[in-house]
Design a protein around this ligand. Structure first.
Ligand code: SF4
Length: 319
């Protein structure tokens, strides 16, 4: 039996996913040849790693074991994960550590802003763990981080990828008031899989959250994504597209789910590239301004280039 231990943080041999340790192994099929990634061994990768560590920051690139880290960090594109490295939820797909998080670091917004400046980023993506333990779910900390980056790097566009702030009344409004350029909240999977894949979340709450962002501030671009290969049916993916368009979401990402360890949800299927291309075509037909659908699509992958295209698409639409 595999023992899933924490190999990322400084406390080795602590179970990274205590709630998953006693689960039976879930076996996934071998990866197909279209899932290829660049090894993380370039000078740019090393520079990015140094800046991340010097500022004491956590990245979702490392914590989630993202397959694109070699490519992204070589270009100095890192996605910072604020509010610690420990999440209060235990989603079946996610490699971020589960447990009771520590206190918030009041200096973290400044450190993130400083790292953004040092990396010279034109576009930054900030995400976080779920902080169900905090009264506001971390909304004020998110907003402070956006403001700190604006103050330090006024030309940098800011994309946030937030938790769902379930049962945290007023939290969303605090984050939206900080005026990020892009508000991303991932649905992760189709509604029929929520109880097994994302048990702490509610599908219609997430849809409504995205819809509320647009109602409060129509200037903010909204974005959401799902993983495929978790056993969903094609018609369910199309339904998700329709639900997101009903919430006026601008940008859709669809990527292949990859299993972090054998204690996580199995990959039920590797979706071939031509199926992703079909999803992309359909999503554009349904009215999304931007769509990224490919095996290695992740919500923060190429986010800067995509933001430029997203803004151009809106400008073209408004004439
Ligand atoms: S795709 Fe996103 S999470 Fe993955 S390495 Fe790139 S920036 Fe990090």
């Amino acid at each position: 039996m595999v023992v899933v231990v924490d190999t990322v943080s400084a406390t080795p041999l602590r179970p990274r996913h205590p709630e998953k340790v006693n689960r039976p192994d879930a076996l996934s099929p071998p990866k197909p040849d279209w899932i290829r990634v660049r090894a993380p061994n370039t000078r740019g990768y090393a520079d990015t790693r140094r800046i991340v560590k010097e500022n004491g920051l956590v990245t979702v690139c490392e914590e989630a074991g993202c397959p694109n880290i070699g490519e992204c960090w070589d270009k100095k594109h890192a996605t910072f994960m604020i509010m610690g490295d420990t999440c209060t939820r235990a989603c079946a797909f996610c490699n971020v550590k589960t447990g009771m998080p520590g206190a918030l670091d009041a200096l973290e917004p400044e450190h993130v802003a400083e790292a953004t400046f040092k990396l010279g980023l034109a576009h930054i993506v900030i995400t976080s763990v779920d902080r169900d333990d905090l009264a506001d779910g971390g909304a004020a900390h998110f907003a402070q981080t956006v403001r700190a980056i604006r103050a330090r790097c006024p030309a940098t566009t800011i994309e946030i990828l937030t938790p769902d702030f379930l049962r945290k009344d007023g939290a969303l409004e605090v984050v939206v008031a900080a005026k990020p350029d892009v508000f991303n909240h991932n649905l992760e999977t189709v509604p029929s899989h929520y109880l097994t894949v994302r048990p702490g979340a509610r599908y219609f709450h997430s849809i409504r959250l995205l819809q509320r962002v647009k109602e409060i501030d129509p200037d903010i671009f909204t974005k959401s994504g799902i993983m495929v290969g978790l056993g969903e049916e094609r018609h369910e993916v199309l339904q998700v597209m329709d639900d997101l368009r009903s919430a006026d979401v601008d940008f859709l990402t669809i990527g292949q789910y990859l299993q972090p360890t054998r204690k996580h949800h199995a990959v039920m299927r590797y979706v071939p590239p031509d199926e992703f291309a079909g999803y992309e075509k359909l999503a554009y037909a349904k009215g999304f301004l931007m769509v990224s659908a490919s095996p290695l699509t992740r919500s923060s992958h190429h986010a800067g280039d995509d933001f430029v295209r997203l803004r151009a698409a809106r400008a073209a639409l408004s004439g």
